[in-house]
Design a protein around this ligand. Structure first.
Ligand code: S3P
Length: 430
């Protein structure tokens, strides 16, 4: 049990950089490993989830060296990976699982893959079904909907597929399979999801075309090694920004944050709630937009979050719920049932935690409703072993009047290992 004893004694002031983007880090490891030649990844996110992807490629014969946050990959080419002699362990990482299932389906060998308790409960059918249509053979529980899974890959044929869920992981899995399939693979999205795979595949020289919500990839003979700079993760930055947004007198600058439009729903919500921030030093790097964010405390008001914006802020909903408890009026979050199949059921977890801390919040089938302006008290809560719930609890404890006790904070290492140190570095006594 960890005790968080901030009890409204601090405000947030200063400047920092958050670690590299998790989604982009995974993709850089994957493409670097299957490209020909050396890829250098600067500002790689050295977190548990991303290391699961690194270890999977090491088991397939790729040499990957890590010096602080620089990763050097000697890519084996699309046809140079070797059959792993051990099962691949994906830990807690849904991105590793879905994207690797796509790639492994295209490789001419057998693999066994498994994950931790949380990942073992998450649906894989969303990627397995279209991959089976392309030609992969699988064995696993509930018609291969769950890990552990055994795969026999190779000899895929390209398909055209309407993705029924709004998921960048599914899209990316099919694009990676498409790189190795005979003929073209086309995926059609119901709504825009994060497009880091498309951007990076282009940068590595893949034959890929994006037309509105339709993406077509042709099989490739080879990809060319390409150095990648990973922008700061806006999903990590959101926690520190939220702290500055709810503690009077705060002002925080976060430098070099990824501002890809498919990821900035949190900023739009902050604007709608009356949050005060400015963006500066905006530039482009490898198809990704980067910039600095400066945020100043301002009174917030409730808002409605639904529809197209949801995939642009899906991972930020736990921390947005906390913002809503501190805003005037009501906030409604809907169309977010995907939250129920994240690292934990995040609708249930957020409502449970914030209720225990004194918030006025109710669960709905696809979201939650929050009446803001409540004084958060304190109490004993569970993080559900979910990194984003754990970080939300830490930020909540900055505005509670009493101590918050939480069962664990280790899970934060999944996406933001130095979160507590970064937070401490910008805390100032009131
Ligand atoms: C991710 C996509 C999202 C997101 C996850 C990372 C990715 O998941 O929640 O944290 O890197 O593609 P879905 O694709 O399941 O929506």
């Amino acid at each position: 049990m960890e005790a968080l004893m901030y009890k409204r004694k601090y405000l947030i002031k200063g400047e920092l950089q958050v670690p590299g983007d998790k989604s982009i880090s995974h993709r850089a490891v994957i493409l670097g490993s299957i490209a020909n030649g050396r890829t250098e990844i600067v500002n790689f996110l050295d977190s548990e989830d991303c290391m699961r992807t690194v270890e999977a490629f090491r088991l397939m014969g790729v040499s990957i060296q890590k010096n602080d946050n620089v990763l050097i990959i000697d890519g084996k080419g699309l046809h140079g990976l070797v059959e792993p002699t051990m099962p691949l362990y994906f830990g807690n990482s849904g991105t590793t699982a879905r994207l690797m299932l796509g790639l492994l389906s295209g490789l001419p060998f057998s693999t066994l893959v498994y994950g931790d308790k949380s990942l073992t409960k998450r649906p894989m059918e969303r990627v397995i079904k279209p991959l089976q249509q392309m030609g992969v053979q699988t064995i696993g529980r509930k018609e291969s909907n769950y890990l552990p899974l055994a795969l026999r890959g190779g000899s895929l044929t390209g398909i055209t597929y309407n993705i029924p869920v709004k998921s960048a992981q599914v899209k990316s899995a099919l694009l990676l399979a498409g790189l190795l399939a005979n003929g073209k693979t086309t995926v059609i999205e119901q709504g825009q999801t994060r497009n880091h795979s498309e951007n990076m595949l282009k940068a590595f020289g893949a034959s890929i075309e994006v037309e509105d919500n339709m993406i077509t990839i042709d099989s490739s003979m080879s990809l060319k090694a390409t150095d990648v700079y990973i922008p700061g993760d806006i999903s990590s930055a959101a926690f520190l920004m939220a702290a500055a947004a709810i503690i009077p007198g705060s002002n925080l600058v976060i430098k070099n944050v990824g501002l890809n439009e498919t990821r900035t729903g949190f900023l739009d919500v902050l604007t709608n709630m009356g949050g005060l921030y400015t963006l500066s030093n905006i530039r482009d790097s490898g198809g990704e937009t980067i910039g600095d964010i400066s945020i100043t405390y301002n009174e917030l008001t409730g808002t409605v979050i639904s529809g197209e914006i949801v995939p642009r802020l899906i991972d930020e909903i736990p921390i947005i719920a906390l913002l809503a408890t501190q805003a005037k009026g009501k906030t409604i979050i809907k169309d977010a049932s995907e939250l129920r199949v994240k690292e934990t059921d995040r609708i249930q977890a957020v409502v449970d935690v914030l209720t225990k801390l004194g918030a006025n919040i109710v669960e709905t089938k696809d979201g939650m409703e929050i009446v803001g302006g409540t004084n958060l008290t304190g109490g004993t809560v569970s993080s559900y072993d979910d990194h984003r719930i754990a970080m939300m609890i830490v930020i909540a404890s900055l505005v509670t009047t009493d101590i918050v006790k939480v069962d664990e904070l280790q899970s934060i290492a999944i996406s933001y290992p130095r979160f507590m140190q970064d937070l401490e570095s910008v805390l100032r006594n009131m």
